[in-house]
Design a protein. Structure first.
Length: 639
């Protein structure tokens, strides 16, 4: 059932509210979550009100400044970083609306919204200005990690101000010499008598790492605690995690970075008000990127001595969780960030598609094939078959990715709140399996959607007079953000498929088989489509079994990226099949007018994906079955 919501004019070029409602309410049955205790205060009205708020703020505050943030990059004057004034106002509006804490407990000032609803809210902001949305996205992930692994004092001191929008957060993993190879980080953490640590080292590619947009910046830093001989432990098992703020608590705060003395952890206390010395964290330089230009991206030096808290060099930090368990803690934030990157890529692909659709409907050019009268009026380019091909591909990629990401968000809701422990565990397993897909598939195919959006615009598409060229540049970063395709592929093929004796893969097969069985009762067309999905699944299972027989790990994983692409297309074929079945039921129930057009459009996008995209996996699986070594056997000196 569609809501009576009337979209704001610009919002219709960010996301399709009707599509969001279809996924949330007709496919994922998000309203069923209100039967669970955590969400019992909620209803369709409260969910829609949250979406209305996100849509309004994204439209009024984020979308208008997106070109400004792209053109007026952050700059460093040697003392501080400067960003355009409208960015601070937009982020303040976001924080004032309570959206950083939207899915969090009432205890922390949250709304206790389902994560699946909160993700739609985030998608509006990513579509409106992905570089502005990165600041609260990273902050929310930082806060979630500390809620899961931090002490009560750390939660009081750092999490509450972040969820209130007063502090922002980052994660500091990479180093110039290590990149994604975290085993090779060299940042040191020397323990102090008061229980704190002094952090020294360099971190690279730190998004939102330095700015004047918040009262404080809470860095989560990976570092190694030296042994008795002063040597750093080797490997990822020696990595610990620390909270290292830009500004230290006032002198009366407790030594573990927690609440100020005398507050007793009372939630009514305004945590984080008392700000002390500047911590020994110095900006070494800004990175200038092709996209996401409104997000500061930094090289940070910890402990270089520019600032000397307490009269000595070294950034002050506090251990989070247990020593040498830092990477396990950080993966809590990294996995969340990977899904968020996938949603950001989706939103960029989606808004690019809607901008291209609007352009195609309003740009007259040429005449229909067969119309030979030069005096006849030109037709909108949407009338041309090749333009409809490009728009339909974008629709299939963007709406499919949106459904994938919201399905994963619903898994988070089930993992956290399902009353059946077995169902919570099944949701957790499936989410772990699908995380590499949720990050990488939208990052690849919604980028392709952005390329097609430029093509629809023709020569105008690559000028800055139209926004689609910026969407492409912004989205080009997402195949690299939070782990490249290659890293996600190695994670999927090398670890996730085998995890927990393959139970996650079995759970995925169970759900796909259920959709296939349903489709076989939905008429000849969808029964045939289901057979295509089933055949692809059998081929994929054969390939997985074939690769399991290869004992040489380097050879077995050499084409992992091809496997990730094939696996992702199979998952997406299943998601499109399920959406088509929901649309079929609505059509059979008598949907008419605009509703009928919506459902027919859903089915046409499903047809496109199943007929044109799903067959692409056959060529990939052929090479994988052969355990092809063409790339592995290539030698450096042959290039």
């Amino acid at each position: 059932m569609a809501s009576s919501h009337a979209a704001r004019p610009l919002a219709s070029k960010l996301l399709s509210r009707r599509d969001a409602e279809f996924i949330l309410y007709e496919w994922l049955d998000t309203l069923a979550l209100t039967q669970r205790e955590r969400f019992s205060d909620h209803s369709r009205d409260t969910f829609d009100a949250a979406l209305d708020t996100a849509e309004r703020i994204a439209t009024d505050h984020f979308y208008p400044i997106n070109p400004t943030l792209d053109a007026d990059e952050p700059r460093f004057d040697g003392q501080q970083v400067h960003t355009p004034a409208p960015l601070a106002r937009a982020l303040d509006a976001f924080g004032q609306a309570g959206l950083i804490a939207a899915a969090h407990d009432y205890e922390y000032g949250g709304m206790q919204l389902p994560y699946s609803v909160e993700r739609v809210c985030f998608a509006y902001f990513a579509a409106a200005s992905v570089s502005a949305a990165a600041y609260p996205m990273l902050t929310a992930g930082n806060a979630n990690l500390l809620l899961a692994h931090g002490s009560a004092e750390q939660i009081e001191r750092w999490v509450r101000p972040m969820l209130a929008g007063r502090y922002f957060g980052t994660m500091c993993l990479s180093e110039p010499q290590a990149g994604s190879s975290l085993a090779d980080i060299r940042t040191r953490a020397e323990s102090q008598p008061d229980g704190s640590y002094r952090i020294t080292g360099n971190k690279m590619w730190i998004s939102a790492g330095e700015h004047e947009l918040a009262e404080n910046i809470v860095h989560l830093v990976l570092a190694k605690i030296p042994g008795p001989d002063g040597a750093l432990p080797t490997g990822v098992g020696g990595i610990s995690l620390f909270v290292v703020p830009k500004w230290l608590p006032a002198p009366d705060a407790s030594h573990d970075g927690g609440t100020a003395s005398g507050t007793g952890g009372n939630p009514s206390v305004q945590a984080g008000d008392a700000r002390g010395e500047r911590n020994d964290i110095a900006l070494a330089g800004l990175n200038h990127k092709m996209g996401y230009r409104g997000t500061t991206n930094c090289l940070l030096n910890f402990g270089e001595g520019r600032f000397t808290p307490g009269g000595r060099a070294g950034a002050v930090g506090w251990l989070v969780g247990q020593p040498q368990r830092g990477l396990a803690c950080m993966f809590h934030m990294m996995n969340e960030a990977r899904i968020a990157v996938g949603m950001g890529a989706t939103a960029l692909g989606y808004t690019g598609y809607l901008h291209a659709l609007d352009y195609a409907r309003n740009r007259p050019q040429g005449r229909r094939i067969g119309q030979k009268d030069p005096a006849s009026p030109q037709v909108p380019i949407v009338a041309h078959a090749d333009v409809r091909r490009m728009l339909l591909a974008q629709k299939a990629y963007a709406e499919g990715a949106f459904a994938l990401n919201l399905f994963c968000a619903r898994l988070v809701d089930d993992e956290r709140t399902h009353p059946d422990a077995a169902q919570r565990q099944a949701a957790h397993r499936l989410l772990e399996l699908l995380t590499p897909v949720a990050k990488s598939w939208p990052s690849q195919w919604c980028l392709d959607a952005n390329e097609l959006a430029i093509q629809v615009h023709g020569g105008y598409g690559y000028t800055r007079d139209y926004r689609v060229e910026q969407f492409y540049r912004d989205n080009r970063l997402n195949p690299i953000h939070e782990g490249t395709h290659g890293i996600q592929a190695l994670d999927l093929l090398g670890r996730k498929l085998r995890a927990d004796d393959g139970r996650a893969l079995a759970e995925l097969h169970r759900r796909i088989d259920a959709a296939i069985a349903q489709a076989q009762q939905a008429g000849d067309e969808w029964a045939a489509a289901a057979q295509s999905v089933a055949a692809a699944g059998r081929r994929l299972a054969h390939t997985i079994a074939r690769l399991e027989t290869v004992n040489d790990a380097e050879r077995r994983l050499a084409n992992a990226s091809a496997f990730l692409e094939a696996f992702g297309h199979h998952v997406m074929a299943w998601i499109w099949l399920e959406q088509a079945l929901v649309a079929q039921a609505a059509l059979q129930a008598g949907a008419d007018g605009e509703a009928r057009d919506f459902y027919l459009g859903k089915q046409q996008a499903a047809r496109y994906f199943l007929r044109w995209e799903l067959p692409k996996i056959d060529a990939l699986l052929d090479r994988l079955d052969e355990v092809d070594a063409t790339t592995l056997d290539m030698r450096d000196e042959w290039f």
